[in-house]
Design a protein around this ligand. Structure first.
Ligand SMILES: Cc1ncc(COP(=O)(O)O)c(C=O)c1O
Length: 371
């Protein structure tokens, strides 16, 4: 059997409904900022337990809009170095300064000691990233710390649709949160992003920013340096239908993760990443750590060529401070935990409809190669 690294699943009923909605949009001519977008926002907001949601065209633009809405130009924004390029790039695009922070090896999130050492008078915000869908148990401490220090807490929840910590949904901890609907995400709209917040001022700002900074929808007066960050009605039609499956998808991914947790116990050279019992991860990624000295590239090649098992890309292979575009600004600082994690982790395939036999094949291939 060929095991892909990921699969994007729309059932027949979903496809029919999406096509019907798109046909309606094509007939009425309402192709952007219409009722599909509004319905998607309303349904999405509920999953984050927040009062408002604003749909945009990507998870990168949702981050930039939040940063702009909070007026962070010229301020430092603390960002984990073990994140996707877009988290840091959005900070620079919004006119702020991204300051990278090393991670805690257990939670994959900020190490609170390291984070607090990096805070200064210049700090305007912290962006926490729920890597792989894991919400750190340090979240309440981080929320308190940010509140007490007068720093905004922003969540990059691009990986965390439906994840919770002690029953509270990812996306509802900070002043605002950003989600992505890129095709590989647990819920997709083809492309797209969403801002979730309880702050009506951020909603107002976000609606202006996504539509070229227009003071109002019908007038051509621009009082913000906005952009075309609108979500089309066609994308919203896809997202709102896929979103209905969120609980079922998370449940299924968690079952697969449990099987990996059990299976990896008997395999040498690899350990599953422990997830705190308070966190209900959506397992956007199933992360495992290889023993020091194991050649990840060789292992992935052997799994693919000898066992038909494709592993997805890492989260992330190269920390941001080592990316060519950012490298020069961070030469003096060290980020040993992130570098070690980026070097040693792998992500096992998790997708809707993955069978026991497929999980078994992944485990057997690892057992054979890591003997
Ligand atoms: C952590 C993180 N932040 C932001 C983004 C950007 O999302 P998008 O691709 O929708 O712009 C991604 C996308 O994969 C991501 O993984």
């Amino acid at each position: 059997m060929k095991i892909p690294s990921a699969k994007i699943v729309f059932n027949e009923q979903d496809k029919k409904e999406i096509l019907k909605t798109i046909e309606e949009s094509l007939t009425t001519g309402q192709l952007t900022l219409g009722k599909n977008g509004t319905a998607f926002e309303e349904e999405f907001r509920k999953t984050t337990q927040t009062q408002f949601a604003v749909a945009v065209n990507s998870g990168t633009s949702s981050l930039e809009i939040i940063l702009r809405a909070l007026n962070l130009q010229g301020k430092e924004v603390l960002v984990p170095t073990n994140t996707f390029f877009a988290t840091a790039a959005a900070v620079w695009h919004a006119g702020a300064v991204a300051k990278f922070v090393d991670m805690n090896s257990n939670s994959l999130s900020f190490d609170m000691d390291i984070l607090t050492r990096n805070v200064s008078k210049k700090t305007g915000a912290v962006i926490i990233v729920h890597i792989g869908g894991i919400v750190t148990p340090d979240m309440p401490e981080l929320v308190n710390f940010c509140n007490e220090s007068g720093i905004y807490l922003i969540e990059d929840a691009a990986h965390a649709h439906g994840s919770t910590l002690n029953g509270k949904a990812a996306g509802g901890f900070g002043v605002a949160s950003s989600f992505s609907f890129y095709p590989t995400k647990v819920i997709t709209a083809g492309e797209g992003g969403m801002i979730a917040t309880n702050d009506p001022r951020i909603v107002e700002e976000a609606k202006k920013y996504r539509d070229q900074g227009k003071a109002s929808f019908l007038e051509n007066k621009h009082d913000r340096l906005g952009y075309n960050w609108r979500m089309s009605e066609l994308h919203a039609a896809v997202g709102k239908v896929h979103l209905r499956h969120l609980s079922e998808f998370v449940e299924e991914r968690r079952k697969i993760a449990k099987k990996y947790d059990e299976g990896l116990k008997r395999i040498k050279g690899i350990k599953s990443l422990p997830v705190d019992s308070g966190c209900r991860s959506n397992y956007y990624k199933y992360i495992a750590i290889l023993e020091k000295g194991i050649d990840r590239a060789q292992l992935k090649k052997a799994l693919r060529e000898k066992h038909n098992v494709s592993l997805s890309g890492e989260v992330y292979e190269l920390p941001c401070h080592l990316q060519p575009i950012f490298q020069n600004g961070y030469k003096k600082e060290t980020f040993p935990n992130a570098e070690e994690f980026c070097r040693r982790h792998i992500c096992l395939p998790v997708y809707q409809g993955m069978t026991d036999a497929e999980v078994g094949q992944v485990l057997l291939s690892l057992e054979t190669e890591l003997k």
